[in-house]
Design a protein around this ligand. Structure first.
Ligand SMILES: Cc1cc2nc3c(=O)[nH]c(=O)nc-3n(C[C@H](O)[C@H](O)[C@H](O)COP(=O)(O)OP(=O)(O)OC[C@H]3O[C@@H](n4cnc5c(N)ncnc54)[C@H](O)[C@@H]3O)c2cc1C
Length: 439
């Protein structure tokens, strides 16, 4: 027969169309919503689907949930290898979730503060000049949006060269990236407020919350088709159909092409992705035994090697026998490129230069969390490139009312939405996408 569309089949189609909407979706698709990724955004989307009675599935590439919110337990004491602060806690959904789950939170400023010491090439230096510049840096990077142009951090301080080292440090430690590649306007849009911490681990909180959500682990999505009705989502576990997909994988993963789209994504989405990039903030946990080098809990050692890069060593957080090395930008990429063993050696060399050879003798073990080399994150979090502050809003535009990109990368826009780069923002973006899907 030339056409399958006989009067009978039309009648049949008509009877399907007469079904209630929920049943119709059931008849056409395996689920209403396929959520790709079980980080903060994916879990936020799942929770909203649950609340609205939408049928959903969550497909996660890793063998665990939480994504870039991860409490590393491998050293025998917990530390947050990814997100640590519940930023702008007043409006952060993770604060309320912690309260629901009876997970205690602390205000970092209320913790006993240790020492803050600065070093250059391992030798003690005074950094009072840099501290004095913070107020001016803060004015240029955090204030009234109407005054902040969409230029790089470097251009933002072009008229005040003495601020350049501070701007470089801010870009590397707050964004994980080099100052030339970060939009000052995108950064200025970020909300501020109270920062809370989770003593038992932000990642542990997300794990507890996510235990209520059914997730298919170890299921990396490789292909999303949207050339027919709804979407077809393909992974090594097979394919499934959904009315819509909420794609929460990091922009580094998307830009790397790990998920193929058929047909190609629209221009506006590709422009959005092209305007965003991922920083390389890295954490290495180091465990020590037998000595604390005379440093009280919650001390910080800032070590700068000019021409290489700075590392902040957080010593004995929550009185635990750990030092967490935090560093970003091209220096982090260069360190990670040498492999994990070499990365640990570099950190031990720096600690030995500051604290003496005892640092090596007391060293017990380390764990490297190189988010920039992790195939499921490909960076720490997103930033807009200079001149591309509109990129997040472009990426957030739904594709044919069928594919929503949601995550920290879409958690800010041209209006008052300034939650990008954060776990709280990712949750809000995932939740909003799930609500927007019509079934
Ligand atoms: C070192 C570091 C420090 C940070 N500090 C803070 C902080 O103090 N406070 C804060 O709020 N935020 C912080 N962040 C940022 C925060 O962790 C992220 O913004 C947030 O967790 C992003 O959530 P998401 O759901 O958008 O993405 P993710 O958490 O990355 O979730 C995406 C999920 O998709 C999965 N995935 C990837 N590819 C595929 C695929 N092909 N198929 C299926 N699944 C896939 C990933 O495994 C992941 O689980 C930090 C991040 C880092 C790395």
């Amino acid at each position: 027969m030339a056409s399958a569309l006989t009067r009978r089949s039309l009648l049949h189609a008509g009877s399907t169309l007469a079904l209630p909407r929920a049943l119709r979706a059931q008849a056409l698709f395996d689920v209403d919503v396929a959520i790709i990724g079980a980080g903060s955004a994916g879990l936020g989307a799942a929770r909203a689907c649950m609340a609205q009675g939408k049928r959903f599935v969550v497909l996660e590439a890793r063998g665990r949930i939480g994504g870039r919110v991860f409490t590393d337990m491998s050293l025998g004491a917990p530390y947050d290898a990814g997100a640590y602060y519940i930023h702008w806690a007043e409006r952060n959904p993770w604060r309320d979730i912690a309260a629901e789950l009876d997970v205690s939170l602390r205000d970092e400023s209320a913790l006993p503060s240790g020492e803050w010491l600065s070093f250059e090439n391992g030798a003690r230096v005074e950094r009072s000049a840099r501290r004095r510049q913070f107020a001016e840096l803060s004015r240029r990077f955090d204030t009234d949006l109407s005054e902040v142009p969409d230029v790089s951090f470097v251009e933002r301080v072009a008229d005040a060269p003495d601020l350049l080292p501070g701007a470089r440090g801010l870009a590397r430690m707050a964004v994980g990236e080099e100052a030339e590649r970060v939009s000052a306007l995108d950064y200025a849009r970020l909300w501020s407020g109270d920062d809370l911490i989770v003593p038992d681990g932000y990642g542990a909180l997300v794990q507890r919350f996510g235990a209520q959500v059914p997730v298919r682990l170890a299921t990396p999505v490789a292909h999303i088709r949207w050339d027919g009705q709804g979407v077809v989502v393909e992974s090594p576990a097979g394919s499934l159909t959904a009315r819509a997909a909420i794609v929460t994988v990091p922009v580094g993963v998307l830009s790397g092409g790990a998920i193929r789209f058929t047909p190609e994504l629209p221009v506006v989405t590709r422009e959005g992705l092209g305007g965003l990039a991922m920083g390389a903030l890295t954490k290495i946990g180091l465990r020590f035994a037998g000595t604390r080098f005379g440093l009280p809990a919650n001390s910080n050692l800032w070590d700068e090697i000019p021409g290489e890069g700075g590392v902040n060593f957080e010593c004995w957080p929550f009185d635990r026998d750990l030092i967490v090395a935090i560093f970003g930008g091209d220096f982090a990429r260069a360190v990670l490129a040498q492999g994990e063993r070499a990365a640990v050696e570099i950190m031990l060399d720096r600690l030995s230069a500051m604290l003496g050879e005892e640092a090596r003798r007391a060293f017990v073990g380390a764990s490297v969390n190189g988010w920039a080399t992790d195939p499921f994150s490909m960076g720490c979090y997103s930033h807009a490139l200079p001149g591309q502050a509109g990129a997040r809003a472009k990426l957030a535009q739904p594709v044919a009312e069928r594919i929503w990109f949601a995550g920290e990368a879409t958690a800010a826009g041209d209006g008052d939405f300034g939650a990008a780069m954060t776990a709280g923002g990712a949750y809000l973006a995932g939740e909003a996408a799930a609500r927007a899907v019509k079934v």
